[in-house]
Design a protein around this ligand. Structure first.
Ligand SMILES: NC(=O)c1ccc[n+]([C@@H]2O[C@H](COP(=O)([O-])OP(=O)(O)OC[C@H]3O[C@@H](n4cnc5c(N)ncnc54)[C@H](OP(=O)(O)O)[C@@H]3O)[C@@H](O)[C@H]2O)c1
Length: 311
């Protein structure tokens, strides 16, 4: 089934103005979903033309959406909502966009992995408010503007006024927005998964079945256990058997599944390791919790991500 959404452009009364910065897999799904509500004007802030969005949903539906495309930060002004969906390490490079798009009433929802959304983004958005999010959008960019979704998209945000308004913004978009009174636990839970799957698949250049190897499963458990201890000291409530749960979950995944860090490594792109394993190391150092496994994989991932920096 083909679902086409072509919005009424700029200046429509009663429409909410949304700018999406980072229109890749996650940003593409959210931009198309917001257009489909009929209540938002979506501007894609991009480096090169998209030519529209096409999202292949898991049930076989194809969604097409047109978005207004901007290439120059000087051409935009403050909007009501900014959706920031670059990789975490690309955040500083989009500062010129954030500078122009953010005013006193702007909310910036950060659709990035990790637990450092506020520290990373708040310094770049002036008086705008930052809404951190946990992203459960299994999606792969097939080519520019064309995204394959593996599952129903879900985003978790804090249960406060901005979270509730983001949920209202997304109503009818096909994206489930869950509100949580314990965002710290939600964010660390996702990070505990990410410290194992991304690092191991990217370093070995192997898909999820690599976790069937006993030594790799042990490494995965050790990475998660360090993150779990740091999470607990940061106020998260996570079960003690989380390392076993996560490794079992990774072992049960389909043979073709990998991780975005694996895809980025295979494509020769920089890796989002610092917001994941690096964040565990930073928080561990602050809290006095040793994180030798995460330190080791962070050093290895830095070397493969930024080979030119290695002397
Ligand atoms: N994909 C998933 O399944 C998934 C699931 C859960 C969480 N996440 C998290 O969601 C976040 C986004 O991931 P993603 O997979 O959507 O990443 P992605 O597909 O790589 O998309 C990132 C986008 O940011 C754009 N970008 C980078 N630098 C830019 C700049 N200076 N100016 C303008 N645009 C720029 C890129 O544009 P170009 O095309 O021009 O390079 C790209 O389209 C990450 O934190 C990731 O860990 C992803």
């Amino acid at each position: 089934m083909l679902l086409k959404t072509i919005p009424e452009w700029v200046g429509s009364v009663g429409m909410t103005h949304v700018a999406v910065v980072g229109v890749g897999a996650v940003g593409g799904v959210v931009a198309a979903g917001l257009v489909s509500t009929g209540r938002t004007e979506v501007t894609a802030c991009v480096r090169s033309p998209l030519g529209g969005l096409r999202i292949d949903w898991p049930e076989g539906m194809t969604q097409e959406a047109s978005v207004f495309e901007e290439f120059d930060p000087a051409q935009v002004s403050a909007v009501e909502w900014v959706v920031l969906a670059t990789k975490a390490h690309q955040t500083a490079a989009v500062a010129p966009w954030l500078d122009r798009l953010c005013g006193a009433g702007t909310r910036v929802v950060v659709l990035q992995n990790g637990v450092e959304h506020l520290e990373r983004v708040a310094p770049l958005v002036g008086a705008a408010r930052v809404l951190p999010a946990v992203v459960e959008i299994g999606a792969e960019s097939l080519r520019r503007g064309h995204v394959r979704l593996f599952d129903r998209p879900r985003i978790t945000v804090p249960e406060d006024d901005d979270g509730a308004e983001f949920a209202a913004l997304c109503r009818g978009s096909g994206i489930t927005v869950a509100l949580t009174g314990d965002f710290v636990t939600a964010a660390w839970m996702k990070l505990c998964l990410n410290v194992a799957n991304g690092a191991v698949t990217a370093l070995t250049m192997r898909r999820m079945p690599v976790f069937a190897q006993p030594g790799i499963a042990e490494l995965g458990r050790a990475l998660v256990e360090e993150a779990r201890q740091v999470a607990a000291a940061s106020g998260a409530c996570l079960p003690e058997d989380l390392p076993d749960q996560i490794v079992a979950q990774l072992r049960a995944m389909p043979a073709e599944s990998g991780s975005s860090m694996l895809w980025d490594r295979l494509a020769g792109r920089a890796l989002e390791y610092d917001a994941r394993n690096g964040a565990v190391v930073r928080a561990g150092a602050r809290l006095g919790i040793p994180t030798p496994y995460n330190e080791t994989v962070t050093a290895l991932l830095a070397a493969v991500s930024e080979p030119d920096d290695v002397t």
